[in-house]
Design a protein around this ligand. Structure first.
Ligand code: FAD
Length: 277
């Protein structure tokens, strides 16, 4: 069976960033991905920006999935955005809970399962819905098994498939797939892959989202110090190998966190497609 490949962007804040993103999209689109996705700032902070990039990508004839969460928004606002996407011809959404943005106070976060139910209630089967999954378990989860049960709940509520948080340990993904299967999940779970280009940024980000950098890998990357070229070269070799192990082991495809950069994702995708079209 052919594999599914997708590329994730975040909405740049500046006009120059948006122009550069068009170029990045054109170059990555030449690799014929199944779709692009565009992240959504917690609390709707990137609402217009995300929508702008999504609609522009769609107008270029490219399949695209906006990420979406309730944040602190009213139902009517979220529904209006969903309707705009539907009218424009968007066919996919990545449905999320999101996190509490600092300064927003104690807003109750609406679980992704509730957003999936909301989208299904208002738009039926129009959208292909993706949700998030965590092979190393979400930091707020009460337990490993409960996190899997909550993933099952959002898939049972009508999501079509899941994309994982990034990870660097293939065993965590394969063990997670087995645990999901045992829990009765039979929908595809696509690994999310983060390229390694800058160790200190990656380490900070990983601490926040609960993704583990194995000790040996962090020691190896730390060893390169400020030699970013060597970090990037080793990172590309390691992550390309990780993708091959995942695809070989049965992953249904790969979702690349591009960080809005063409490289190293372009070379990694070429390697993946050459072995697993
Ligand atoms: P949920 O599935 O709602 O789960 C959140 C937590 O609550 C988990 O710990 C879960 O175990 C627990 N839980 C679920 N249901 C219940 C319940 N009924 N009772 C008690 N606990 C429960 N963030 C952004 O801000 N913007 C983005 O664009 C974005 N894109 C992402 C894309 C992917 C592929 C991934 C993996 C993550 C993305 N995130 C994004 C991060 C995500 O928003 C955070 O990880 C967030 O903390 C959880 O979102 P979720 O949709 O997984 O939440």
């Amino acid at each position: 069976m052919s594999k599914r490949y997708s590329f994730e962007f975040f909405p740049p804040k500046t006009e120059a960033g948006r122009d550069k993103l068009k170029q990045t999209r054109t170059e990555l689109n030449a690799l014929d991905p199944d779709f692009f996705s565009v992240t959504y700032g917690a609390g709707g902070s990137t609402r217009d920006n995300t929508r702008g990039i999504v609609l522009e990508t769609l107008a270029a004839g490219i399949d695209v999935a906006p990420h979406l969460s309730f944040g602190g928004d009213e139902e009517a606002e979220v529904l209006s955005l969903i309707e705009q996407y539907r009218e424009a011809g968007v066919r996919r959404i990545v449905a999320l809970r999101g996190d509490i943005p600092s300064g927003m106070g104690a807003t109750r976060l609406i679980y992704a399962r509730e957003l999936v139910e909301f989208i299904r209630k208002h738009t039926g089967d129009h959208f292909e819905l993706e949700v998030a999954a965590y092979p190393e378990i979400h930091p707020d989860a009460p337990s490993y098994d409960q996190d899997i049960q909550f993933l099952k709940d959002k898939l049972d509520a009508g999501a079509n498939s899941a994309i994982t948080q990034y990870f660097f340990n293939a065993d965590a993904y394969f063990y997670f797939l087995d645990a999901c299967e045992k829990a009765g999940i039979d929908k595809p779970i696509y690994p999310g892959i983060m390229p390694i280009t800058n160790y200190s940024n990656l380490a900070r980000f990983s601490r926040n989202c609960g993704a583990e950098i194995p000790r040996w890998l962090s020691r190896k990357l730390e060893g390169y110090g400020s030699d970013l070229e060597s970090v990037a070269a080793f990172g590309e070799e390691y992550v390309t190998e990780l993708c091959q192990i995942l695809l070989e082991g049965g992953a249904p495809g790969i979702h690349f966190y591009t960080m809005n950069q063409v490289q190293p994702v372009e070379r990694m995708m070429e390697a993946c497609k050459a072995s697993h079209p």
